[in-house]
Design a protein around this ligand. Structure first.
Ligand code: HEC
Length: 157
């Protein structure tokens, strides 16, 4: 009986704690921020595969390299403007996003960097299937576009 009572109290406590955290974390821009971070994670996932091949940490595979490059090109070509609503910057929402307000105030500067990424990823798509050298010679331009945007528009860690 004692054990049962304790369990009941514990599970109620958990339910209350979860309810509380869900309510306080739910903000107007939560899902938009989640969505744009998901795009970024997919960039990193695909670029990581190319980087591993370029460094010789993974065996070169023409199909896998071309697919990863294509994925980056397609991701960069998507119009995900809806995931970047006004007011969802790190000045307004510190701790919830690393997107600097400058991404909005200097727009379309960030979009121009996005266009460079499309160009770099297209070049990678065309070269990635022809050998590991094709991956090596194009990866710098892709990484450079990521870096250029992060340096200007993303809070450092
Ligand atoms: C147009 C600008 C831009 C480009 C291009 C860009 N990023 Fe980002 N990235 C950002 C911003 C801004 C954030 C912060 C997003 C946030 O916290 O809301 C970010 C966040 C990230 C994150 C962290 C995601 C998370 O879960 O917090 C990763 C990883 C990332 N970018 C990888 C990449 C890679 C890899 C590339 C290149 C293939 C890239 N990004 C290209 C602007 C860019």
């Amino acid at each position: 009986m004692m054990t049962y009572g304790l369990k009941l109290i514990c599970s109620l406590g958990v339910a209350v704690a979860l309810g509380g955290s869900v309510a306080s974390a739910a903000g107007e821009f939560d899902n938009a921020i989640k969505a744009r971070k998901a795009v970024m994670s997919l960039y990193a996932w695909n670029l990581g595969q190319l980087a591993a091949m370029a460094k010789g940490e993974a065996d070169y595979n023409a199909d896998a390299a071309t697919t990863a490059a294509e994925n980056i090109r397609i991701l960069a070509s998507m119009n995900n403007g809806s995931a970047w609503p006004q007011g969802s910057d790190s000045t307004a929402l510190p701790g919830q996003t690393r997107a600097k307000v400058e991404a909005w105030t200097t727009y379309p500067e960030s979009a121009e960097i996005g266009k460079q990424l499309i160009v770099a990823a297209t070049a990678m798509s065309e070269a990635a299937g022809s050998g590991v050298e094709g991956v090596r010679s194009n990866i710098g331009a892709i990484g450079g576009s990521c870096k250029a945007c992060h340096e200007k528009f993303r809070e450092s860690d």
